[in-house]
Design a protein around this ligand. Structure first.
Ligand SMILES: Nc1ncnc2c1ncn2[C@@H]1O[C@H](COP(=O)(O)OP(=O)(O)OP(=O)(O)O)[C@@H](O)[C@H]1O
Ligand SMILES: [Mg+2]
Length: 484
């Protein structure tokens, strides 16, 4: 159960907040003074802190400073009266998550506290990388979540994370929906020197275009109709921390130019302001869109794309790393049977075969949901085929890939092979590479056609003579059946 600490000397407000957060399903703890709050926070962990500004003894700002000095990164919402905007801004500078101007309404409180709890979840759950060969045991409470993957491409990704997590470079993460982009972003954060500072996520698809810039850069009072007070944007609030732009492909074009400037020079102005504000933020971006295509079609700025792409991580879809499936299944079985306290110890072999035969268009998220359901519904200690609720196998499911998706996939697979191909020896490297690819390709097609050369030649679109020549050249043995 998540825990909230309410720090206020106003008993009426404490009563209201206690009731509000209990109904939200949180465990509530209260303190009547800043000093008591500092002591409490030093002794026990919280997921959210609501802090009043005006209190006898230590005021809200001093309390905030003391809490932050103790390396506690729990989101803190400061509550302050309307006349004291300066305080609110100062609180943000000192590392408050946000502020509430009294009197506030239930909706505002709910929106802000839910957002803050989400941020806390992102920061709190450490993400670890599964060592190759290690059995992926699931996270029990307090132990890290894991990125499971022994597939070669995943291992390369883990290596890259190790190389760049601690450098302050911008990182772009791409991949289909459900492939683990957010998980990778969190792993980078947890392996960076900024891990004691906040991680804020901005879901670019969820912010209306008109509010985008004020959300990121903040605004001065009077910057536009309705801007009746100064607003601190994410870039300012996240100073020293990490900003995660999720779905960056959905960011409005006009905002993209400004973001690029912040990434390059670390400065911006609030809307309606003239003062340059410096910020030190590490940016991680993710998208399931093909940004190259977005650039070609004029929906994404080319300069920002190239800036983001310097270090990019592409997560392959699950169907291209099926060798990871058994480990993922085991990981989710273990995790969910702990979470729901069930006695499921095993996944039956027919069930595993069924899981292996599916195309997984929703990737790891779909597998995760399927396993969650199976763990909850299987009555004994084994998951059987009938406990799996997965889509019908459509025979040509793989063909539901569009021609563009297929060509992107081929391109990426080939790109991955380049380092190995370049190891091919010989003076004519280009010719040797073509030969290597052709040899592998012809052998595969032949074996798929049961060594029937007529069929193989037809499939390859070459004459039987050419096929025979190639087999001779590459020393490919032909099985006897299939020969006339
Ligand atoms: N390699 C992995 N090992 C273990 N769990 C994983 C792995 N990859 C993804 N997951 C889990 O699968 C779920 C989906 O991952 P995540 O939310 O990171 O995907 P995403 O790429 O951000 O998806 P979307 O594009 O839909 O936002 C999460 O619960 C995540 O913890
Ligand atoms: Mg995501």
């Amino acid at each position: 159960m998540e825990r909230v600490l309410i720090v206020d000397d106003d008993e009426g407000l404490v009563y209201f907040l206690r009731r509000f957060f209990s109904r939200e399903g949180l465990d509530v703890c209260t303190c009547g003074s800043g000093t008591a709050a500092v002591e409490t926070v030093s002794a026990q962990p919280f997921d959210l802190i609501l802090l009043d500004y005006k209190m006898p003894g230590l005021n809200g700002l001093d309390t905030l400073k003391e809490i932050r000095r103790r390396q506690v990164k729990t989101p803190i919402i400061v509550m302050t009266a309307y006349g004291t905007m300066e305080t609110a801004i100062e609180a943000m500078r000192l590392g408050a998550y946000d502020y509430l101007l009294k009197p506030f309404d239930r909706q505002e409180l709910q929106r802000l506290s839910r957002d803050a709890l989400e941020v806390n979840r992102l920061m709190k759950e450490v993400v670890d990388i599964c060592e190759p060969g290690a059995t992926p045991s699931a996270s029990s409470e307090g132990s890290p979540a894991r990125i499971v993957g022994s597939n070669r491409r995943m291992q390369e990704i883990f290596k890259l994370i190790g190389q760049v997590a601690d450098k302050d470079v911008t990182i772009l993460i791409t991949g289909e929906s459900g492939t683990g982009k957010e998980l990778i972003a969190r792993a980078i954060y947890h392996h960076s020197h900024r891990k004691e500072r906040p991680l804020l996520a901005v879901n670019c698809a969820a912010i209306p275009e008109t509010l985008f810039e004020s959300e990121l850069f903040g605004h001065e009072r009077g910057a536009f109709t309705g801007a009746d007070r100064v607003h601190i944007g994410r870039f300012e609030a996240c100073h020293g921390g990490t900003l995660f732009f999720d779905e960056i492909g959905d960011m409005p074009l006009s905002t993209q130019a400004k973001i690029l400037r912040v990434i390059q020079y670390g400065e911006f102005e609030r809307l309606g302001g003239t003062q340059k504000i410096k910020t030190d933020v590490r940016t991680i971006a993710a998208t399931n869109k093909d940004l190259e295509r977005e650039v070609a079609e004029g929906r994404f700025r080319e300069d920002l794309y190239w800036r983001l792409k310097i270090i990019s991580i592409h997560l392959p879809p699950l169907r291209e790393r099926m060798e990871d499936l058994p480990a993922l299944v085991e990981y989710f079985r273990d995790r969910f049977s702990r979470e729901y306290r069930t006695t499921i110890r095993h996944v039956d072999s027919a069930a595993l075969e069924r899981l292996k035969s599916y195309f997984w268009p929703g990737n790891i998220r779909e597998l995760e949901n399927c396993m969650r359901r199976a763990v909850l519904l299987a009555p004994g200690d084994v998951i059987l085929k009938e406990h799996l609720d997965i889509g019908q196998d459509k025979p040509g499911q793989a063909q539901s890939e569009s021609p563009e998706q297929l060509s992107t996939r081929l391109y990426r697979n080939l790109e991955d092979l380049i380092p190995d191909l370049l190891k091919v020896s010989g003076t004519n490297i280009h010719g040797s590479i073509i030969d290597t690819v052709e040899r592998v390709f012809i052998s595969k097609v032949l074996s798929q056609c049961g060594f029937n050369q007529v069929k193989a030649a037809r499939m390859l679109g070459i004459s039987r003579n050419t096929l025979r020549n190639r087999m001779k050249k590459f020393d490919i043995p032909g099985a006897q059946d299939g020969l006339p």
